[in-house]
Write a protein that binds this ligand. Structure first.
Ligand SMILES: Nc1ncnc2c1ncn2[C@@H]1O[C@H](COP(=O)(O)OP(=O)(O)O)[C@@H](O)[C@H]1O
Ligand SMILES: CC(=O)N[C@@H](CCC(=O)OP(=O)(O)O)C(=O)O
Length: 301
């Protein structure tokens, strides 16, 4: 055997070992539902989007039932800017007036949803795009948010406009799609009791869907390696009381607040574990699910 052949063989042996090591994980997760939240900040470029799509197809191929819930905060922001509509956030939530909610629905249910569906289909899967309006998937109500004045300690109600929260999830459409070999891709839009459209934080929707669908895992793909401590170091593992402490001491802010709230709620509602992981890292989902070397931050009971 020549030197080159030998090193080629060593390389392929390593690959074969990696595939073989994935077998127990594939067995463990076969037939289980995984909800994957694909955040707007993780949608970095087309190459990464294609890798994300082929990883979703691989999951389906080995017997896991993936459900994709996507965001699109930065993309909505860019469209609002083009249309000269001002936008502000409170605790990671976009204040949404009637003009804004039209743009939110257009970007989420239109552009982003269809591009993810197309990418999954191009990777050999069969994806179907829907929003909470389809098949009674997400009934929503206006989100009631309060804040405490730090000086007087008086609680006041914040009006975030058409920002909603799920009031009832009917997962039956998801089961029908999964039973037909289809991969649901969900835009975080809900419908209110009077037919009004609600803009819901995509993390919140992912958590609610994970609970209603009896998912085993909630994977949150974002633009950081996981939850970081005050020194900027990765926290690989958090239980519920540790998350509460991070909230109380201000270690987390912005979009990480609803993200962790969702992860905790999901595990309280029966999801085995939630994971916050880096969507900018190619194949991060595969590393997390099918190898022994978990990445990101695991949130558990
Ligand atoms: N302690 C923390 N650890 C990691 N990220 C944090 C922390 N506190 C705040 N963040 C912010 O949360 C962001 C992720 O939330 P968000 O912007 O809503 O992402 P996505 O669009 O993917 O949902 C990070 O980019 C980071 O700026
Ligand atoms: C109420 C609210 O804030 N809704 C979000 C919905 C999209 C989202 O959550 O996108 P990411 O996951 O990319 O942040 C918004 O308008 O930006």
């Amino acid at each position: 055997m020549t030197q080159k052949n030998f090193s080629d063989t060593k390389h392929w042996l390593r690959t074969a070992r990696t595939i073989s090591e994935a077998l127990p994980f594939m067995r463990r997760y076969a037939g289980k539902t995984f909800v994957v939240k694909y955040g707007g900040h993780a949608m970095v470029d087309e190459e990464l989007a294609a890798i994300f799509a082929s990883d979703i197809v691989l999951m389906k191929q080995v017997g896991v039932n993936p459900i994709v819930v996507h965001g699109g905060g930065p993309q909505i922001g860019r469209m609002l800017e083009r249309l000269s509509v001002k936008s502000e956030f409170v605790d990671g939530l976009r204040i949404t007036d009637s003009k804004t909610v039209e743009v939110v629905e257009m970007v989420l249910s239109g552009t982003i949803n269809k591009s993810i569906v197309s990418a999954i289909n191009a990777a050999g899967g069969r994806a179907v795009g829907l929003s909470g309006k389809d098949g009674h998937l997400i009934q929503a109500q206006k989100l009631r948010r309060t804040t405490k004045d730090p000086e007087s300690n008086i609680e006041k109600v914040l009006d975030l406009g058409f920002v909603g929260e799920p009031s009832l999830i009917d997962p039956s459409i998801l089961t029908s799609l999964q039973d037909s070999g289809l991969i649901p891709v969900i835009a975080p839009i809900g419908i209110g009791p009077n037919g009004e459209t609600y803009n819901i934080n995509a993390d919140t929707v992912a958590g609610a869907i994970a609970s209603a669908a009896g998912a085993s895992r909630l994977l949150m793909l974002t633009d950081v390696i996981g939850v970081l401590d005050k020194a900027g170091e990765l926290l690989p593992d958090l239980n519920i009381s540790q998350v509460e402490a991070l909230q109380a001491d201000g270690t987390i802010s912005g979009g990480m607040i609803p993200k962790l709230e969702t992860c905790v709620k999901a595990v309280e509602n029966g999801v085995e574990a939630s994971v916050i992981l880096d969507g900018r890292l190619p194949h991060s989902m595969l590393l997390e699910i099918f190898t022994g070397g978990g990445i990101g931050t695991l949130i558990h009971r």
